[in-house]
Design a protein around this ligand. Structure first.
Ligand SMILES: C[S@@+](CC[C@H](N)C(=O)[O-])C[C@H]1O[C@@H](n2cnc3c(N)ncnc32)[C@H](O)[C@@H]1O
Length: 380
């Protein structure tokens, strides 16, 4: 029998469950959180509440599966230091760009200069190698030429990484995909098509210069907006690598961390390298997908779930070794396979509480009711 609303709400942590009206998309994706799309992130407001409840002001927070950097960015905004790691090179690039401090004058000068130079190039199609490899397959000729011309400029600038993120975002928008299949498009869309999202006939994108300009200016505005709200004197460290092996802190230099706040990958759900394939192809980033824990490509067979459990437990054990005694480990999961009791035990963690939250997911085609838990654990 379905639960009544009252019975359902009694099991929920209402301070962690926002309705769309209470927390509209523009708040969830405020300032640098929207520098680039990323499938599978949690929202900054969740991190904000958890920091306030579990970590003393000014503490140091660790996220071993830091993804697009939500924990790090919110930590900086809420007055904490943070460290985060991720296996995926693009995620680390994005986190570094989000959390770095900038001389805004230089950043603005460089971005505007790059846009102006790019737009004044006489014939961008010179950069094009038509019909060849990923770029030839997934971009219309002019779009590929626009992107490659931007790529040729970025190394000349101090803020090349910011421009690389702009390039990746423009590339994502300029791919030959339908508007309703931007996350994991299967085949290039070269002809006009009936668009389920816009309820009309849409055409695949044929150039990218307008995206480069728009995202360069948007990135600048977002970095400036974050600079106004981030705490002075707080910093974030980004480590690229496998969180089972990363050396989180040099004990000679830093005190241990005061908390872990993280959302691990779920088994068989998302391929974190593949979702940003265009960025790896265009930027020549190191692809380590074979080390992804729980990758969708590995499936959900018994063996895959066992490898997943072992991988997450090893990563959590490694994170715990960098914590103060008794520090909380907060893990955001949708553990419908009930894998986490065993994972926590193997990681040397004791479950102290489970906060249930109602996630209002109304974006794109991933609509529907969705619940997730915040596991509150402490080292044994
Ligand atoms: C659910 S996402 C984290 C999202 C993050 N909370 C955010 O808001 O952006 C899980 C992340 O774990 C990373 N990951 C998977 N296997 C890993 C490994 N072996 N070491 C480090 N990171 C890994 C993925 O690349 C992905 O970015």
């Amino acid at each position: 029998m379905p639960k009544t609303q009252e019975a359902l709400y009694a099991t929920l942590d209402l301070d962690l469950s926002w309705s769309e009206r209470e927390l509209p998309e523009r708040e969830r994706t405020k300032h640098v959180h929207r520098l680039h799309p990323y499938l599978g992130k949690f929202i900054p407001q969740l991190v904000e509440v958890l920091l306030g409840r579990y970590v003393a002001p000014g503490g140091r927070v660790l996220d071993p599966f830091a993804g697009s950097g939500t924990t790090l960015v919110q930590a900086l905004e809420s007055g904490y230091d943070a460290a985060g790691g991720d296996l995926a090179a693009f995620n680390c690039l994005l986190m570094r760009v989000k959390t770095a401090r900038y001389n805004e004058f230089t950043l603005e000068k460089e971005l505007r200069d790059a846009v102006a130079r790019h737009e004044s190039l006489p014939d961008r199609s010179e950069c094009l190698t038509p019909g060849h490899g990923y770029i030839g397959q997934w971009f219309a000729p002019q779009a590929a030429a626009d992107l490659l011309a931007w790529r040729a400029l970025v190394d000349e600038y101090e803020h090349a990484d910011v421009m690389r993120v702009v390039l990746a975002r423009a590339a994502r928008s300029a791919r030959l995909t339908t508007h309703f299949d931007l996350d994991f498009p299967r085949t290039p869309q070269r002809e006009p098509y009936w668009c389920h999202k816009h309820k009309r006939t849409c055409r695949p994108v044929d150039h990218a210069a307008h995206f480069l300009r728009r995202y360069a200016l948007d990135t600048l505005a977002r970095i400036k907006a974050f600079a106004r709200v981030r705490s002075r004197g707080r910093g974030a460290v980004v480590l690229h690598g496998d969180s089972r092996e990363l050396a989180w802190c040099d004990p000679a230099e830093h005190a241990p961390f005061d908390a872990v706040i993280t959302s691990p990958p779920y088994p068989g759900l998302i391929d974190y390298h593949e979702q940003h394939r265009y960025a790896y192809e265009l930027l020549g980033l190191d692809d380590r997908r074979e080390r992804e824990i729980g990758a969708a490509a590995a499936g959900t067979s018994k063996a895959a779930l066992a490898a997943y459990g072992e991988g997450i437990a090893a990563a959590l054990r490694n994170a715990v070794s960098a914590l103060q005694p008794g520090a909380p480990v907060l893990i955001v999961v949708n553990d419908r396979r009930d894998l986490y009791p065993e994972i926590l035990e193997r990681a040397g963690l004791r479950l102290e509480g489970r906060l249930r939250r109602h996630v209002n997911r109304r974006t794109g085609r991933r609509a529907g009711e969705f619940f997730e838990d915040v596991l509150v654990a402490v080292p044994e």
